[in-house]
Write a protein that binds this ligand. Structure first.
Ligand code: BG6
Length: 494
């Protein structure tokens, strides 16, 4: 089955930070896929901006390279590539230098009917000056939008400052705060699963669900990004991606799928999160940092080894596990175990809904004990949904219970490749659809929950617990869930 493509009107996309990694690895490939699919054509303009002294030709060459390196070869079509790169132009501009702005202005269409989007893939300290120039230069007409990449601050206070500065130039309905997890196909599918199937909603509550697990595991390390050591896993992954996933699992059914209906419900979940302070913080949070492996055949560096000298000894966490609770009627007493980390055993993101056991088993011990049902939503890789359930083992040998999986694998069910999150999100900006973007109050509410955790950890002045690369994190993260008589869902269970 082929995906439906509804073309958008020609647009002007202005990308600040055009020479950066995100542009090359994510934005250009995503736009190319959409161009190739016929969602927009050469009438659209993509204007790269950065300090480097490039010109249009160089930007177009970078776009070609980016396709070569980051787009699956079967989608390389020389004619289409040339048409696509002709949409690109470039302005070398230090955004804090007022004089350079005229050139940007010249590249934009002076037509209020043409959507213009300003994508800020730059350090957050540049958000305020860029927005000021955009405002004073009268770039923000009614069809203008601004797209913000994380980090959107490092705590509530800095996030408020950013939001105030951006809000002085753009109204909230023109601001698109990216959390690329919301653009992932399986994440959007959570909405379909929960609200387009009548069977789940009646059992989606504390009466039937024992607990929920959200794991986002990465096999890669933190790399040498300076940002990571300032952020750590709590700010880098939990505050945004994982809390957003938690909201989609836990929220009440919105009245419609209009952006604000959905965001209102997510906000209520964030407001219902039990603060983790005092004893709760000590027992319900775990942070770790990976330590390398040195063996004859294998050598993988520790987090510490990767750091520049001035940061050695850093207490930044590369792993976090938290037992979170949502204090509301639906979820009372249902723990949400969340965990994320770098250099773990594998790359895998999933949500596990663990249902309760049958209240009484009619089967004898010999026939087997019914295992509680489990719904596993696999975000990546091998996107899909699996329902673990009990059946009778086939055969004439009498009743024997066996656990099997109802498996909805996206790869087997749909012929198309699974689109990248940015393909959806970049074009949603043009369509003016904010459903998959974070509203200001959501973002700030998430910081309110995360800030006390961060502050308490910092106040402890303790190093995070070490874990070996290629494992599932510190042993205390296993204890965090096993203490409650539960276990993390294992990869081999899938
Ligand atoms: C980013 C984080 O937001 O998400 C990275 O800053 C992380 O540290 C990445 O690696 C994970 O995204 P994905 O789509 O590869 O799961």
């Amino acid at each position: 089955m082929s995906a439906r493509v509804i073309p958008v009107q020609p647009f002007d996309y202005v990308v600040f930070g055009a020479t950066g990694d995100l542009t090359k690895r994510k934005l250009i490939p995503a736009l190319y896929y959409r161009f190739k699919a016929g969602q927009f054509d050469q009438r659209s303009r993509i204007i790269g901006i950065s300090r480097r002294p490039w010109d249009d030709k160089k930007m177009q060459e970078i776009a070609r390279q980016s396709i070569k390196n980051h787009v699956d070869e079967i989608y390389h079509d020389p004619d289409v590539i040339e048409k696509f790169v002709s949409c690109f132009s470039y302005v070398a501009n230090d955004v804090t230098d007022k004089d350079g702005w005229q050139e940007i202005s010249d590249k934009l269409r002076d037509d209020k009917d043409v959507v213009r989007a300003f994508y800020l893939a730059v350090a957050p300290n540049l958000f305020a000056p860029i927005c000021e120039y955009l405002k004073s230069g009268k770039y923000c007409h009614s069809n203008a939008r601004v797209v913000l990449e994380k980090p959107l601050g490092h705590d509530l206070e800095s996030s408020v400052q950013i939001n105030d500065a951006v809000g002085a130039a753009f109204s909230e309905d023109q601001i698109y705060r990216i959390d690329h997890y919301l653009g992932k196909e399986t994440v959007q599918n959570l909405l379909a699963l929960r609200f387009a199937n009548a069977m789940f909603e009646p059992i989606w509550n504390a009466t039937h669900i024992d607990h929920v697990q959200i794991s986002v595991a990465e096999s890669v390390g933190a790399g040498t990004r300076g940002y990571y050591d300032e952020a750590g896993a709590l700010r880098d992954m939990i505050q945004n991606h994982i809390l957003q996933l938690l909201c989609l699992v836990a929220m009440e059914p919105p009245a419609s799928n209009k952006p604000n209906a959905l965001r209102d419900e997510k906000l209520k979940v964030l407001r219902s999160l039990k603060p983790l302070i005092g004893e709760d913080l000590k027992t319900n949070t775990v942070r770790g940092q990976y330590k390398g492996v040195r063996a004859e055949t294998l050598e993988v560096a520790s987090y510490q080894d990767e750091l520049p000298d001035e940061l050695k000894g850093s207490h930044t966490e590369t792993f976090v596990a938290i037992k979170a609770e949502i204090k509301n009627w639906r979820w009372s007493g249902v723990p949400f175990y969340i965990r994320t980390g770098k250099r773990l055993a594998t790359r895998m993101s999933e949500i596990v809904i663990q249902f309760r056991k049958v209240p009484h088993s009619i089967f004898s011990k010999d026939q087997g004990t019914p295992t509680a049902n489990k719904l596993v939503i696999r975000l990546q890789p091998d996107e899909g949904v699996k329902l673990f359930m009990m059946i009778k083992d086939p055969g004439p040998g009498g009743m024997r219970l066996r656990e099997v999986h109802l498996n909805l694998s996206f790869a087997d069910t749909f012929e198309d490749r699974v689109p990248e999150a940015y393909e959806r999100l970049l074009l949603d900006v043009i369509r003016g659809d904010q459903t998959l973007f974070m509203r200001r109050d959501e973002l700030e509410e998430a910081w309110k929950w995360v800030d006390p955790i961060r502050a308490a950890w910092d106040a402890m002045h303790e190093a995070p617990q070490p874990y070996s690369v290629g494992t599932w994190g510190p042993t205390s993260s296993v204890a965090l869930i096993e203490r409650d008589g539960r276990t993390w869902h294992e990869e081999s269970d899938y």
